[in-house]
Design a protein around this ligand. Structure first.
Ligand SMILES: [Zn+2]
Length: 480
């Protein structure tokens, strides 16, 4: 019976605290409403005018509601008097309370909480901050996440402008840079890839009700990225003015090598995963190897095919990693090569030029690559330039003989064009990186590419959570 009485006392205490918090909240809300009323008094305000004022003031309201909720759900941490030092076990007494204002998507939240300092270990603690899992930044995780997401789509300056326009809150491009840098630190292909289960689920969805295993395409290609050299970094002392007038470095176009896995069903593409970086072909092959070894590609459940242009390094890695995949030379790249020959060989006869390209493509389509090669060998070159182009095309078709059987590919339902990777190049790389006047340090370009891959692979939430865990658990600076 005594036990029951203790519980009801505790319940009584909690109810009292709750009532007090409520009471204070109601008073603050009343004051808030008074302020808003004062601002719209006298006019016959339109709805727009009313919402404008409420919008301008709403963060104050949602902020104070949040403060009340913190008080209510963490009363103990707010009123804590002692704590043992987590390192040496000494009992520490509360100092303060100290107040700290953090910024969140619902506005500024003011926290008043005790502070503990261990003289022996020379470290300070705010138990409430730990409980609430606060970010050390004044801008909290919810704002950081949205700012990073926005910066993945538009330039940093625009992201910052949009942020404040849409939310009424400020988030500078400088801090966004910082967050993106930290968020993308150490990302690899596997950290931005969906899990094997997620991929298998998509495969199963596409396979449902179909007789044949779905076709899974691996497309590999490069996209041009405007880069600036490392030497453009920093300022040399005394030359600031001169540097401001004219950049002393030269921009350079470099290739972001990337790959994309996707499912093809009829005309539709189901995206699985993309990975694009300014990187060497060995690095790209290494990323592919990781994808394969992590078991992300359900080989038994799909028909795997690889589409790429004629670059030898690509096929070397493909053969080593996916020896049983159907290999297809991208149709459009192939026809570009045909056009090159035709334009020099028939430079005086555009009609003949078109006719030859179409006839040759048709023959490739019918699986007559050997006949095309024979024909090229028998061709009488118009001049030395034409001879050179013909020679190159013969080499190209000979090297890729098994990859240009477009008729066979079409019959099997395989795509023959690498439209899937072209569009990935566009929506992952070009859309964000190729902007007038934008030249990227390779490191920054790769950070942005990794971030965009995560977004389009559907793993942005996951990488943000990993960042939060990592940064949130890093050793704290001694608190002031
Ligand atoms: Zn201690």
């Amino acid at each position: 019976m005594g036990h029951a009485k203790v519980i009801s006392l505790e319940e009584f205490r909690q109810a009292r605290v709750r009532a007090e918090v409520r009471q204070r909240l109601h008073e603050r809300i009343d004051r808030w409403l008074d302020t808003v009323e004062g601002r719209v008094k006298g006019d016959s305000p339109t709805l727009e005018r009313l919402t404008q004022e409420v919008f301008a003031m709403r963060h104050e309201l949602t902020g104070i509601v949040t403060e009340a909720l913190v008080e209510q759900s963490h009363g103990e941490a707010v009123e804590q008097q002692t704590m043992p030092c987590p390192h040496c076990g000494r009992l520490l007494r509360a100092r303060g309370p100290h107040s700290r204002t953090v910024e969140t998507m619902v506005g500024p939240v003011r926290l008043s909480r005790p502070y503990f300092y261990c003289l022996r270990c020379q470290e300070g603690f705010y138990p409430l901050d730990e409980t609430l899992q606060l970010s050390e930044h004044r801008k909290q995780w919810d704002m950081q996440k949205r700012a990073a997401s926005l910066a993945a789509e538009v330039p940093y300056g625009t992201a910052s402008d949009l942020f404040s326009e849409l939310t009424g809150l400020s988030f500078s491009d400088h801090i966004t840079h910082e967050v993106v840098g930290e968020l993308t630190k150490g990302l690899t292909v596997l950290s931005v890839s969906p899990t094997a289960e997620e991929i298998e689920q998509k495969v199963a969805q596409v396979a449902e009700g179909r007789k044949w295993r779905p076709i899974l395409v691996l497309a590999i290609d490069g996209a041009d990225v405007p880069t600036r050299p490392e030497t453009a970094k920093g300022r040399r002392p005394g030359r600031k003015k001169k540097r401001a007038k004219r950049a002393r470095w030269k921009g350079q176009w470099r290739e972001a090598k990337g790959f994309r896995f996707y499912l093809v069903t009829g005309e539709r593409i189901v995206h699985l995963l993309s990975w694009h970086q300014v990187q060497s072909d060995e690095e790209l092959a290494e990323a592919l190897r990781q994808v394969k070894e992590a078991g992300l590609i359900p080989k038994e459940k799909v028909r795997l095919c690889v589409i790429a242009d004629g670059a030898k390094w690509i096929w070397k890695h493909v053969k080593a990693l996916f020896p049983s995949a159907v290999q297809i030379l991208d149709y459009y790249h192939c026809s570009e090569h045909l056009h090159k020959v035709a334009s020099v060989q028939y430079s005086d006869n555009p009609e003949k030029e078109t006719e030859w390209v179409e006839a040759t493509l048709t023959r490739l389509f019918c699986g007559e690559v050997q006949a095309v090669i024979d024909g090229l060998q028998g061709m009488e070159a118009r001049d030395t330039q034409a001879a050179e182009e013909i020679r190159k095309l013969i080499g190209y078709l000979t090297n890729n003989q098994d990859r240009v059987d477009y008729g066979f590919a079409r019959k099997g339902g395989y795509p023959i064009g690498s439209g899937g990777i072209e569009s990935a190049n566009k929506f992952i790389s070009h859309v964000r990186l190729k902007r007038s006047g934008a030249w990227w340090y390779v490191e920054k370009a790769n950070q942005m590419l990794a971030l965009r891959c995560a977004k389009y692979n559907g793993t942005f939430d996951r990488i943000f959570e990993a960042y939060r865990q990592r940064v949130g658990q890093s050793p704290r600076r001694p608190a002031l």
